[in-house]
Design a protein around this ligand. Structure first.
Ligand code: GDP
Ligand code: IMO
Ligand code: MG
Length: 423
């Protein structure tokens, strides 16, 4: 391991949570490096079923230190709610820490997110309305408040004053009702009382961890196709889920990153708007959604479904510098007689693209080129070794690895912790 980033290789919801939960059994530290409570990372283990939004998916291993990194945006109320749910299920939170440099998602960020989506008229992004975009916007314009600010009340009060002037101006333009500073300050003092002891400077802790060769996992949120720079802009999130940003968002030197595991679903899904060339609007798409239970872990929205996209995986693997792939949800394909894999996009001018992702305007008019594979039509749910898989399933996974040009290291055949094996 020593430092391994685990990132989404598609449009999010690839199964990152379950892979981290599995790998965290051997990890000393897990750090979420970007995003906020827009994430829904589902983990099923002896503590039940949990959709984690902010808390790293290593939390179920009592030996693992879990850190919400500086690259994240944290809604303190969501965090407290999530902590309460986990505690009620018997999960210990002694090892949960938050970087003092992580940004706070304020109640007005959620309000602005919703107002902005309405103001976009028919051109919505389909955000999760968790205030993620407005919080990162405030970070960039330097109007953001950080978790560490909670520990200095005079400083916080002055910072809040400036932040609120900007926020209320934005709310007024968008036609919403101004928010009250005193009420928000009182709420922040409540967060300080309940979270203050978990807010730390992560540098001394991580320096020590690196010096002792601790095994560190960096947990990404979403996937490369929604990356602020490399995804289908503007239908993206407001941070960078690719591995190149993992070290910075986690608070580690870039050269310490040793490995990058790309988590990839055996077919494609996407929630939110924007071009999605492999989307199936027919009965096959509905069948994938039904068998795969493709409904958002955070918003409950039905996910758009389609065949596996080989162009996206090739792009994701190269851009992330992936060293291994974890293929999830293979079992969802068990009953299909025939499977398709997209190996290229045909653009409006007839050009064929296989090894990069066309920019959004071009992608809007791209049509997928498919090859057809024979299905295995038997259950893979009990397979625990490569040799247990039907030959058609092995060939299908081999093809995914070939398109990515990265070895497949893990295969997951069900949502339970043990329904997974190393190749
Ligand atoms: P994440 O955001 O990348 O962590 O993924 P989500 O949790 O949003 O979505 C993945 C969904 O698939 C969750 O409901 C998981 O419980 C489920 N899941 C993960 N791996 C498998 C698998 O191998 N097979 C099946 N059938 N379900 C899986
Ligand atoms: P995990 O970590 C899937 C999508 C939204 C929208 C776009 C921007 O569970 O994979 P935002 O609220 O971030 O401003 O929305 O990104 N989106 C996700 N889709 N899984 C997620 O997280 C997502 N987080 C955001 O649907 O298209
Ligand atoms: Mg998810």
């Amino acid at each position: 391991m020593p430092v391994t980033a685990v990132v989404g290789a598609q449009w999010g919801d690839e199964g990152k949570g379950r892979i981290i939960d599995y790998l965290a059994q051997q990890a000393d530290v897990v750090i979420r490096f970007q995003g906020g409570d827009n994430a829904g990372h589902t983990v099923i283990n002896e503590f039940g079923k949990h959709a984690l939004h902010l808390i790293p998916s290593g939390i179920f291993n009592p030996q693992t230190v879990n850190i919400i990194g500086s690259g994240c945006v944290v809604n303190p109320q969501s965090l407290l709610d999530e902590m309460a749910t986990l505690e009620a299920a018997g999960v210990g939170l002694e090892n949960l820490w938050i970087s003092n440099r992580a940004q706070m998602v304020m109640s007005y960020h959620r309000l602005i997110d919703a107002l902005e989506e309405t103001a976009r008229g028919p051109d919505t992004i389909g955000t999760t309305k968790r205030g993620i975009g407005p919080a990162y916007a405030d970070k960039a314009t330097r109007a953001g408040l950080r978790l560490g600010d909670l520990l200095q009340s005079d400083w916080l009060e002055a910072r809040l004053d400036g932040a609120l002037r900007q926020a209320n101006e934005r709310i007024r333009i968008l036609g919403g009702d101004a928010v009250d500073g005193q009420e928000i300050f009182a709420q922040l003092m409540g967060f300080r009382d309940r979270l203050g002891h978990r807010i730390i400077d992560t540098v001394p802790l991580l320096r020590k961890a690196l010096a002792t060769d601790a095994r560190i996992l960096l947990e990404g949120q979403l996937g490369v196709m929604r990356d602020l720079d490399w995804g289908i802009y503007p239908y993206v999130t407001s941070s960078n889920p690719t591995a190149s940003f993992a070290a910075s968002g986690a608070g580690l030197p870039a050269r310490t990153l040793d490995a990058v595991i790309g988590v990839v679903k055996a077919y494609s899904t996407c929630v939110g708007d924007g071009p999605f060339p492999v989307e199936l609007h027919d009965a096959t798409g509905a069948r994938l959604r039904e068998i795969g239970q493709e409904f958002g872990a955070t918003t409950g929205r039905p996910r758009r479904c389609g065949w596996f996209d080989g162009v996206a995986i090739n792009y994701a693997a190269w851009l992330n510098g992936m060293t291994a792939l974890a293929v999830t949800k293979l079992d969802v394909l068990d009953t299909f007689a025939e499977l398709k894999i997209c190996t290229g996009y045909r653009l409006a001018d007839g050009a064929v693209v296989t090894d990069t992702m066309p920019d959004t305007a071009l992608l809007n008019q791209a049509t997928p080129i498919y090859e057809t594979w024979e299905g295995w039509q038997s259950s893979s749910a009990d397979c625990r070794r490569w040799d247990d898989l039907p030959p058609q399933a092995r060939r299908y996974i081999d093809r995914i690895g070939q398109l990515a040009d990265v070895p497949v290291r893990y295969v997951s055949v069900g949502a339970e912790r043990d329904q997974m094996f190393e190749v």
